[in-house]
Design a protein around this ligand. Structure first.
Ligand code: HEM
Length: 494
């Protein structure tokens, strides 16, 4: 009996070609000498199933135990290289920083900021110019000078007032922390803060937080680009949320354009418009409308979710570890006293409080995996050959939780940051803001915000778990950042 295949010759050829490409993808690592080893994974999907409903940073750290600090992994159609542990991260991002600090093309970023601005921009002249400019304006309007302390102190006053209004009633601190941090960055970017009950701003902050959470689940579309075109699902939700955010930011930019006064440059947008004006005759200038939008969007998003999530972790730790809270409050009372508020220069005399904030940064590890890096040329990391255009997954969590550096890394223990004389002990391995050329641009601002807001809150309030939330879980919700699951606390005036 004759069997007919339901395929034409051309279909058979295409099928054979697809199988050939898949096999080639599979044997590629074998063709490059000294390519990092790694698990094989499933055809087409690679190791993606292992990451579903799991904490990816923990899985990557476990695989690192088996394959070494630099290993390869198939994620969908992409063969990526994972970097685990401080030594390998330093080699990739600092020693080989020149080659390892670009970003790969990411569907979600293409559809939002077009991979312009700073955070998601490819390594090159535009990124360098935008980063340098943004850092310098942040310095003049907020970071590194006493003006930032003024801005944070003003917001601390409003935050404490809002919490005072609750009169010890139980509350979820998410909106309070997000609004406070968003107001500090808003005052630097737009020259404006927003009331805590402003419904438009409240919704905007909710959508921003939501997008950070959803971004974890759409990361898969970086490895299956076709998924980005699904008419429903998280990618669609992110893009819809981003449109509301885009309109909000564009309104602010347009207001600045209308009222632009070259003699009154007092926030990031006006400084940017002035720079655009100064460079309007420079051919190929990177100072244009799309980059202006991307820089503003980057600063607002990166500057709000990260620092406010760290504060939420901090309040949760204080509620659960009441003895730690008692020690911080005692130190504040001894050093600052009850008749004035803590200020930034007090930190030199508050070693225990400083140690607590360092341990919160370590434990919360809020950006567990850097935004993806990519190589711009062939390079070598820890003796492994990494070709040009390889996606690098840098696991910061692995450095912050390495048992070789941190004894009992899962234990919350601020005293690990104190030496025998009770002075603060620094560790080079504490890298929550990453390292190298792409190191967080807001590190200084974030540290100032976190120190001042936490000390002001603990100086005034005693934090305890709400009656309906006596044993809150410490298991994080994993998106781009690790955030605490919703919890409720009471803040009683001391
Ligand atoms: C606790 C708070 C924060 C943490 C833990 C944090 C952490 C990070 C990390 C891990 C990166 C990625 C670095 C890399 O790819 O190697 C990053 C990038 C960045 N962060 Fe932060 N961040 C925080 C707060 C802020 C704030 C307040 C701002 C804004 C003022 C900010 C602005 C940025 C920008 C613009 C980048 C992109 C840098 C580049 O690609 O050149 N961050 N941050």
């Amino acid at each position: 009996m004759k069997v007919y295949l339901p395929l034409t010759d051309i279909q058979v050829f295409l099928l054979a070609f697809a199988i050939f490409l898949t096999l080639l993808h599979y044997v590629k690592p074998l063709l490059i000498s000294k390519f990092p080893p790694g698990p094989w994974g499933w055809p087409l999907i690679g190791c993606l199933p292992s990451f579903v409903n799991n904490e990816p940073h923990r899985i990557l750290a476990d695989l690192g135990e088996k394959y070494g600090p630099v290993f390869s992994l198939r994620l969908g159609t992409e063969l990526v290289v994972v970097i685990n542990g401080y030594k390998a991260i330093r080699e990739a991002l600092v020693k080989k920083g020149e080659f390892c600090n670009s970003r790969p093309s990411m569907p979600i970023m293409q559809r939002t900021t077009k991979q312009l601005g700073v955070v998601n921009a490819y390594y090159g002249a535009s990124w360098k110019e935008q980063r340098k400019f943004t850092l310098s304006v942040l310095r003049s309007f907020g970071m590194g000078k006493s003006t930032v302390e003024g801005r944070v102190t003003e917001e601390a006053y409003h935050l404490c007032m809002e919490i005072r209004k609750l009169q010890g009633e139980a509350f979820d601190p998410t909106h309070f922390m997000t609004n406070a941090i968003a107001n500090i960055i808003s005052s630097i970017i737009f020259g404006k803060r927003f009331e805590y009950d402003d419904p438009t701003f409240r919704r905007l902050l909710y959508l921003c937080n939501k997008n950070f959470e959803l971004a974890g689940s759409v990361a898969i579309s970086n490895f299956f680009p076709i998924l980005q075109y699904l008419p429903i699902g998280p990618m669609k939700e992110i893009v819809d949320n981003f449109e509301i955010y885009r309109n909000f930011l564009n309104d602010k930019i347009n207001e600045h354009r209308l009222n632009f006064d070259p003699n009154d440059i007092s926030d990031v947008i006006s400084a940017y418009l002035s720079e655009m004006d100064a460079r309007k005759t420079t051919e190929g200038s990177s100072f244009h409308d799309d980059n202006l939008f991307a820089v503003v969007s980057d600063l607002f998003a990166a500057g709000t979710e990260t620092a406010s999530t760290t504060l939420r972790w901090a309040l949760l730790y204080f509620a659960v570890f009441e003895d730690v809270q008692t020690k911080v409050q005692k130190e504040l009372d001894d050093v600052v006293g009850r008749h004035r508020k803590p200020c930034f220069s007090d930190r030199h005399n508050l070693p225990y409080t400083e140690a607590v904030t360092l341990e919160i940064h370590r434990m919360a590890s809020i950006v567990p995996i850097c935004l993806p890096h990519s190589t711009i040329a062939d390079t070598e990391i820890m003796g492994h050959k990494i070709p040009k255009d390889t996606v690098l997954i840098v696991n910061l969590w692995s450095a912050l939780n390495d048992p070789k550096t941190w004894k009992d890394p899962d234990r919350f223990d601020p005293t690990r940051f104190l030496n025998a004389e009770g002075k603060v002990k620094r560790y080079k391995e504490l890298i929550p803001f990453s390292i190298g050329r792409r190191v967080c641009l807001g590190e200084q601002l974030a540290k100032t915000e976190i120190f001042l807001l936490l000390t002001r809150l603990l100086h005034e309030f005693r934090i305890s778990p709400a009656a309906d939330c006596q044993s809150p879980t410490m298991k994080p919700v994993a998106g781009i950042t690790l955030s605490p699951q919703p919890y409720r606390i009471c803040a009683k005036k001391r």
